[in-house]
Design a binder for this molecule. Structure first.
Ligand SMILES: Cc1cc2nc3c(=O)[nH]c(=O)nc-3n(C[C@H](O)[C@H](O)[C@H](O)COP(=O)(O)O)c2cc1C
Length: 401
């Protein structure tokens, strides 16, 4: 078992680092959104301050390096490079899954990143699937033993289903996460791994007490693809599942709709949404922030930069992000990050409608989109109760009207 898990981690990492492997699938949809341009911006890049608060720390950049490695020699090495960069550039970061450390305590040093990144939040990470295996107390102690500032729980049902020997019983995940949050005296955050957390479930997690939700949509690293490629031709029927889930842009717009139109929902979401899934260019990160995300996050570009160029490579990438986000703030006329997170956006109507449907259920969306002529019918057809029922049923079943 020990070797199996370590070997699997190693294979995953090697495959993701191999640029000939088509591990990225689908589209984020961010190419369909744009910012408004100000021809008279009345600001300058020097004036734009990107610092932001997160888990009691002040970050220099609104960025977090998503959970990836630990559990292999190369993983340990890259993890430390990323942690050093997180500290140097003022970004948050997470370790990869600490499951391997729970099984083999000798791997603990792979996750001791706080010692190189004392000035920024460093999160531990574990899969929801493991919460049903290990007692809550064991998980809490493991997080504390590496001095992490909190725990990122990952949801990866699609990956598990397509992984050789993966878990396929997802019953009890919500219950286990809730029990963990109740018992923890540190922040617990929840993320997907590239299929996305729809708003009904994101809100449910926040209501349970999650400190933040990383919506982690599709369009970037695709774990169905990674597992399929890893298994060779055996799982080729899985290809029709590539890109499964909600594109990152759709999720961002759906959460944004709630933030802008639903007072109670908006209050729950503000400051607690992290965006990831295929964010690569400075504009991807800028758009995520402009949609209202508190932080932007990514995995693949950081690990590739670390492998290829070490600290310098990651530094160059981060500088590109800093400069690009700053320029977007200036050119959109926002002047500061707070205003930028409330940007008006140019969004095609079909995408906006789809996002509203995901946020509120089709009924309420119909109400919004209806012309004056048909508004009456739509109104009768749906009540706030219907929308709530749709959201609740979505939260239970993971399905969306
Ligand atoms: C090499 C590698 C290892 C990963 N391991 C983990 C992990 O241990 N825990 C986790 O929550 N996510 C893990 N992920 C998923 C990422 O955190 C992220 O959710 C996903 O890759 C989508 O983001 P991206 O498109 O920016 O890569 C891993 C990703 C990569 C590339």
């Amino acid at each position: 078992m020990r070797e199996l898990l370590s070997e699997r981690k190693s294979r995953h990492l090697d495959m993701c680092l191999d640029r000939t492997m088509p591990v990225e699938q689908g589209r984020t949809g961010l190419e369909r959104i744009s910012l408004y341009h100000s021809a008279l911006p009345e600001s300058s890049p020097e004036e734009v301050d990107l610092t932001t608060s997160f888990l009691g720390y002040s970050l220099l950049l609104p960025l977090i390096i998503s959970p990836m490695t630990g559990g292999s020699g190369k993983g340990r090495h890259l993890n430390r490079i990323l942690a050093q960069c997180a500290e140097k550039y003022g970004m948050a970061m997470s370790t990869g899954s600490i499951r391997i450390m729970l099984e083999n305590p000798e791997f603990k040093s792979h996750f001791m990143l706080k010692e190189v990144a004392p000035g920024v939040p460093v999160l531990a990470n574990i899969g929801a699937a493991q919460l049903g295996v290990y007692p809550v107390q064991t998980v809490l102690e493991a997080v504390k033993s590496i001095d992490a500032d909190g725990l990122f729980v990952h949801l990866n049902a699609a990956q598990e289903l397509f992984q050789d020997g993966g878990d396929s019983d997802f019953r009890g995940w919500s219950r286990d996460i809730e029990a963990l949050i109740r018992a923890a005296d540190f922040p617990v955050l929840v993320k997907e791994t590239g299929s996305g957390i729809p708003p009904a479930e994101g809100l449910k997690l926040l209501e349970m007490g999650a400190a933040a939700v990383d919506l982690a949509g599709s369009g970037g690293t695709d774990w169905v693809a990674v597992e399929t490629l890893k298994a060779g031709s055996k799982l080729s029927e899985a290809e029709c599942f590539y890109g499964w889930g909600y594109p990152t842009a759709l999720l961002l717009l759906a959460y944004r709709s709630i933030m802008r139109t639903d007072k109670a929902g908006g209050e729950k979401l503000r400051g607690r949404i992290i965006a990831s899934g295929g964010l690569r260019t400075p504009m991807d990160f800028a758009l995520a922030l402009a949609c209202g995300a508190w932080l932007g996050a990514a995995a693949l570009p950081f690990i590739r930069a670390a492998e290829q160029g070490g600290m310098e490579g990651v530094g160059q990438y981060v500088e590109t992000l800093r400069t690009g986000i700053t320029r977007a703030v200036v050119l959109s006329g926002a002047r500061n990050l707070e205003a930028f997170r409330r940007s008006e956006l140019r969004v095609p109507e079909d995408l906006q409608n789809e996002a509203r449907a995901l946020a509120f259920g089709t009924a309420q969306t119909a109400q919004t989109a209806q012309t004056a002529q048909t508004a009456q019918t739509a109104q009768t057809a749906q009540t706030a109760q219907t929308a709530k029922a749709v959201a609740e049923s979505a939260a239970t079943t993971g399905q969306h009207a």
